[in-house]
Write a protein that binds this ligand. Structure first.
Ligand code: DMJ
Length: 487
């Protein structure tokens, strides 16, 4: 009953948010040049930021529906400004000086984790806060951001105190206690390397790099009976929990960081681990639907699930990056895979009346949507960005623009952007409650870069963490990274 009431309230509130933006959507068709498209994306960023500032400043995320802070964010209800930290490098790249300075001021005077008296995810804190601050330091050279990155990473170090070095997945920042879960997800402990290695580089303190190196020592030492990495491991014993494997939830960014750790450090250990993992993973998970769409399935409780998650759409970009950064490899045709997967994700978007892709899509036994919501996720446009950079095929920029049109039509309200609960319902907006911080960190950043020149964050000089925070490739830049000229 309570659930029904909530749905009803959301429905009524959604209707009340339908506004004149829909009418303006026609105008987007007239924007054909890259400069004007970039400006439009910048305007979207201002809309997201200014509403967050107006209604939820200091909270983690905005709820446009209720015009206040969203209290159930992945960082809970404490006012630790996830949106501010996540959005700052996008503001910087867009040259939004006033907004950037507002955020910097809040970080300098208000940001603190010391009173957060509940367990918070190590993974989420690392990718959004440590990654966000490091990126800001790399872009601006402002030591405030280095200090903040170190402050947050120091809070996380306690999680690594396990017999295997595989960290527990959550920490209470106020008490320093860790939550001792039995199993930890591959994507959680496997998405720390870039940030911790770069932090050691800029602070000269090896402690950060040592804790993350140990994770890979353990992975090399423990036998994985399934060949294919399972999605969970016991951090006390190093024994895998068998039966589940995925390049979507629980697996995704582990694989991403193998390739990117190699790009960042050129340590061949990561290249070998990546190629070995991709060889097995693609053999076991790569599928072709009856209609010819190539996709990445998953294994659940020992059985192949012929479905694809939106989260796995980032692999188009990952494979494109692999094709250009490891061109000598003969193991797989990475570029072919990249194009095929990105095509599939675009088809999933194109097949819905909203033009937005569902969270989970089944290909067999019959084609159906399993979870039809769209949560402002970046993975598909992330792949458009990498495919554009690496192939120069203009269709990726056009696909990106179709995405902008859909976002404006179905996710924008006068009070910010929300995800929608059903991509198959186009005539009324079924907004969810959240303007996700990754919408500003990732979705809008990849869109902006898609219409920018390649000299803005060239891929041979910068590597993006999984939250789209760029870090300078170490052996290219060392400590004196060349900053993009923005301000
Ligand atoms: C982001 O926080 C990161 O990209 C993460 O790796 C998984 N997905 C979300 C956005 O969908």
């Amino acid at each position: 009953m309570r659930r029904f009431s909530l749905i009803f309230v959301i429905f009524v509130l959604s209707l009340s948010l339908v506004d004149s933006f829909h009418a303006k959507n026609e105008d987007l068709k007239k924007l054909t040049g890259n400069v004007e498209r970039r400006e439009k994306v910048k305007e979207m960023m201002i809309h997201a930021w200014s509403n967050y500032k107006k209604f939820a400043w200091g909270a983690n995320e905005l709820s446009p529906m209720f015009q206040k802070g969203h209290r159930n964010s992945v960082f809970g209800s404490a006012n630790i400004g996830a949106t501010i930290v996540d959005a700052m490098d996008t503001l910087y790249l867009m040259g939004l000086t006033t907004e950037f300075n507002e955020g910097r001021e809040w970080i300098a005077t208000e940001f603190s984790l010391d009173r957060v008296n509940y367990s918070v995810s190590v993974f989420e804190t690392n990718i959004r806060y440590v990654g966000g601050f490091l990126s800001l330091y790399a872009l601006t050279g402002d030591s405030l951001f280095k200090e903040k990155a170190k402050y947050v990473a120091d809070k996380l170090l306690v999680a690594f105190d396990t017999p295997t070095g595989i960290p527990f997945s959550s920490v209470n920042f106020m008490t320093g206690e860790v939550k001792e879960e039995q199993f930890i997800a591959l994507s959680e402990f496997g998405t720390l390397y870039l940030e911790f290695a770069y932090l050691s580089e800029i602070t000269g303190d090896e402690v950060y790099k040592n804790v993350v190196d140990r994770i890979y020592d353990t992975l090399e030492a423990v036998h994985d009976p399934s060949e294919l990495h399972s999605t969970h491991i016991n951090p006390k014993t190093g024994i895998w929990k068998e039966g589940n494997s995925a390049m979507g939830a629980y697996g995704d960014s582990f694989y991403e960081y193998l390739l990117k750790a190699w790009i960042l450090t050129k340590n061949d250990r990561f290249k070998e681990m990546f190629l070995k993992a991709m060889n097995v993973t693609t053999k076991k998970l790569l599928q072709r639907s009856k209609t010819g769409l190539v996709y990445l399935a998953s294994i659940k409780d020992g059985e192949l699930r012929k479905s694809m998650e939106h989260l796995a759409c980032f692999t188009g970009g990952l494979f494109a990056l692999a094709a250009t950064s490891i061109p000598e490899t003969k193991i797989l045709d990475f570029m072919d895979l990249a194009k095929n997967i990105t095509h599939t994700c675009h088809e999933l978007y194109r097949s819905t009346p909203t033009g937005l892709g569902p969270e989970v899509f089944h290909f067999e036994p019959k084609i159906e949507v399993f979870s039809g919501y769209y949560a402002l996720r970046p993975e598909t446009v992330e792949s458009y960005f990498y495919l554009w950079r690496t192939t120069k095929d203009p269709k990726y920029r056009e696909w990106g623009w179709q995405f902008v049109e859909s976002l404006e039509k179905h996710c924008r309200s006068p009070f910010g952007y929300s995800g929608i609960s059903n991509v198959f319902v186009a005539h009324i907006p079924l907004y969810d409650l959240i303007q996700q911080s990754f919408f500003l960190a990732e979705t809008l950043k990849y869109l902006y870069l898609l219409y920018s020149d390649d000299s803005l964050l060239p891929l041979d000089k910068w590597v993006f963490n999984t939250e789209a925070h760029p870090l300078p490739i170490l052996n290219e830049h060392r400590l004196r990274c060349r900053k993009p000229k923005i301000f």
